[in-house]
Design a protein around this ligand. Structure first.
Ligand code: EPU
Length: 330
């Protein structure tokens, strides 16, 4: 959704003019948001995205906003559309690599309480897009619902999990979905049944166009102790097999279920390979970790190095699984 501002062949005068126009539009939108959104809505300029991602790299967003209600979100979407401003929906930032130049546009987060509710309705859970997945798993356990245990260890939000069709322990987010509620770029809302949604491994194309505001999930009644046991097993497995340093989770998609990217990279002896403070984890080779002061450039260079090595050695083109957002530093 990001539109890079700098085109290398562009005359400098045009570039300066375009950047000035962009800065002016951002100022107008900042004012529009203050007028249209309820008092107390978080609206920030030049907000660092490094501190809002688990990998902890990358530059700022021109504008960052946390609407608290569907009406407020609709206003944000409509105002951005009217001013042709790119919008990016940020979840918990756990699968996101923001480039060092940041994002020229509006980053919208649904972390406010109004979007983070989890409500049980029999075997169903109505979950706001901003809810933490861990909380969803815990609430399902409390209600004696099985099938959502795999969400326990995914450090993301419901909205992000839907968009990515996030998965773990052999399950996908959409395995548990009955219906989702989505908003388009003009603020119109509709409910869509699971049967009408195409999903793929780590992708839900509908949510590249529209924004998920909530989901109706379905669990299977089960004794809470049984659910707890499964969650504990998953948690143990994750602690044993995944690093706990800052990362964006798995960097690459698995080329196929029988060919995990982590094993491929490991077999090439790339664990511990470093570019600056970005390193191929020595715990799980599909995780690139930030040892402290990594830049997005370091991580991107390491991604390219790994891809080149895997292509040269095995003839396989690894595709990134992390979302890459924004533009390089000037
Ligand atoms: N393996 C190695 N070396 C490594 C890493 C893994 O040999 O450095 C081997 C493992 O021993 C195992 C196989 O590769 O035999 C698969 O590893 P693992 O069970 O860790 O699963 P994965 O396919 O690497 C997937 C998801 C993870 C999810 C885990 C657990 C993808 C890209 N990754 O990892 O999701 O947590 O299963 O269910 O599909 C994410 O999406 O960000 C993510 C971390």
């Amino acid at each position: 959704m990001s539109a890079p501002l700098r085109l290398s062949s562009e005359p400098v005068g045009d570039l300066v003019e375009r950047e000035a126009r962009h800065a002016e539009t951002i100022s107008y939108l900042f004012r529009d948001f203050h007028i249209a959104l309820p008092k107390g809505t978080m609206i920030l300029r030049d907000e660092s995205l490094a501190r809002r991602t688990t990998l902890r790299v990358g530059g700022p967003a021109d504008l960052y906003v946390e609407p608290g209600t569907e009406d407020a979100l609709a206003s944000v979407m409509e105002l951005c559309s009217l001013r042709s401003m790119p919008v990016f929906l940020l979840g918990r930032g756990s699968n996101l690599l923001v480039r060092d130049g940041g994002f020229r546009g509006v980053v919208v987060s649904l972390a406010a309480a109004g979007f983070s509710r989890i409500e049980g309705e029999g075997v169903f859970l109505r979950v706001g897009a901003g809810a933490r997945l861990k909380q969803v798993a815990v609430e399902a356990r409390r209600l004696g619902l099985a099938g959502l245990e795999f969400l326990e260890g995914i450090p993301g939000s419901m909205g992000g999990a839907l968009r990515m069709n996030a998965g773990a322990m052999g399950r996908w987010t959409f395995d548990a979905v009955e219906q989702i509620r989505v908003m388009d770029h003009y603020g119109a809302i509709r409910d869509v049944a699971r049967s009408a949604i195409d999903v793929e491994y780590r992708n839900c194309p509908l949510l590249r166009q529209e924004v998920a505001v909530s989901a109706l999930l379905k669990g299977d009644p089960a004794p809470p102790d049984e659910v707890r046991e499964r969650m504990d097993t998953y948690s143990r497995k994750r602690w044993e097999s995944q690093p706990n340093q800052p990362s964006a989770g798995c960097t690459f998609k698995n080329p196929s279920p029988n060919l995990p990217a982590g094993r491929l990279i490991d077999e090439l002896g790339l664990k511990g390979t470093r570019v600056g403070d970005a390193m191929v984890s020595d715990v799980h080779a599909n995780f690139l970790v930030n040892l402290g002061r990594a830049t997005a450039r370091d991580v991107l260079t390491l991604i390219q190095l790994v891809r080149d090595r895997v292509r040269d050695a095995r003839g396989i083109q690894l595709e990134t699984e992390v979302e890459i957002l924004g533009e390089d530093s000037p």
